[in-house]
Design a protein around this ligand. Structure first.
Ligand code: ADP
Length: 257
């Protein structure tokens, strides 16, 4: 809290009173803290791939990598790091766009089931590569959310279901309309999330297992984006999970009128 004397009132040359301005800066300080933490996190996340790229290019340019096969391998690794940077920057831009509005009004209606089917089709090659079965079921449920944002939300959840899974596992997506709400469940038979991390996974850049998340190529922003999209359109996201058994993310969004 800041207390600042603003002015003294004068009467016949005598000082007779003082006005004081009291400002509660708690929220301001909190917002500043969140902002500087975010800047520190972003800088760190950008620095990691950039350091690798610098290392690879130094080795290539000084002739330390002699064989053409190794040179090719290094160039591929530079490409992987560049892709990581592009994904990160795209996710940061998405998040800042989502944060710039409090509540979104949308004229466009999207059917959750059809968007889930389209998203699953996009992910079919990734599912096959991971050896995980991806299945979509349920009934039509229309919501006042732009298709692009709904797809973004489902893509993040389904991709996580595939990434944090084992070969032979499953990801099931179910859509339904119930009590004025569209209910979307994305469940997987993957590694699960420990109790103490269940709330934190929606925070920006929080990862349960940093090594695994990095190997899987995630930006650490997927679930923060999911939460923002859901909140923007008046919905909720909940998570239940058991380590070693799997996770269920449930999203409710108001049905479109
Ligand atoms: P990332 O890009 O690291 O996947 P997310 O924001 O999507 O970032 O997820 C944050 C963290 O939550 C992940 O790093 C992972 O530890 C955990 N997580 C998310 N989804 C799942 C899931 N379906 N199963 C197990 N862990 C998950």
């Amino acid at each position: 809290m800041f207390i600042s004397p603003v002015s003294g009132r004068q009467y016949e040359g005598q000082r007779v009173g003082t006005s004081i301005l009291i400002s509660d800066v708690t929220e301001l300080k909190k917002a500043e803290g969140i902002r500087s933490e975010f800047t520190a996190n972003v800088s760190h996340e950008l620095k990691t791939p950039l350091t690798s790229i610098k290392g690879f290019t130094d080795m290539l340019s000084t002739g330390m990598v002699a064989s053409p096969e190794d040179q090719k391998r290094f160039i591929t690794m530079i490409g992987v790091e560049v892709d990581r940077l592009i994904d990160l920057i795209n996710d940061i831009l998405k998040l800042s766009e989502l944060e710039s509005v409090a509540i979104a009004q949308c004229e466009e209606h999207s059917d959750v089931l059809s968007v889930a089917r389209e998203t699953a089709a996009l992910l079919a090659p990734a599912a096959q590569k991971a050896g995980v079965t991806l299945n979509v079921s349920g009934s039509a449920a229309s919501v006042a959310v732009p298709q692009g944002r709904l797809k973004e939300l489902l893509l993040n959840l389904m991709e996580n279901g595939l990434k944090y899974n084992e070969p032979g596992g499953r990801v099931e997506v179910n859509a339904a309309a119930r009590d004025g709400q569209a209910v979307i469940c994305v469940s997987d038979t993957g590694i699960g999330i420990p109790d103490e991390a269940k709330n934190r996974v929606f925070e920006r850049f929080y990862r349960v297992d940093k090594g695994r998340a990095r190997k899987n190529g995630g930006t650490g922003l997927g679930l923060a984006i999911v939460k923002h999209i859901v909140q923007l359109y008046g919905g909720r996201v909940t998570l239940s999970s058991t380590v070693g058994k799997g996770s269920v993310f449930t999203i409710t969004l108001p049905l479109a009128e």
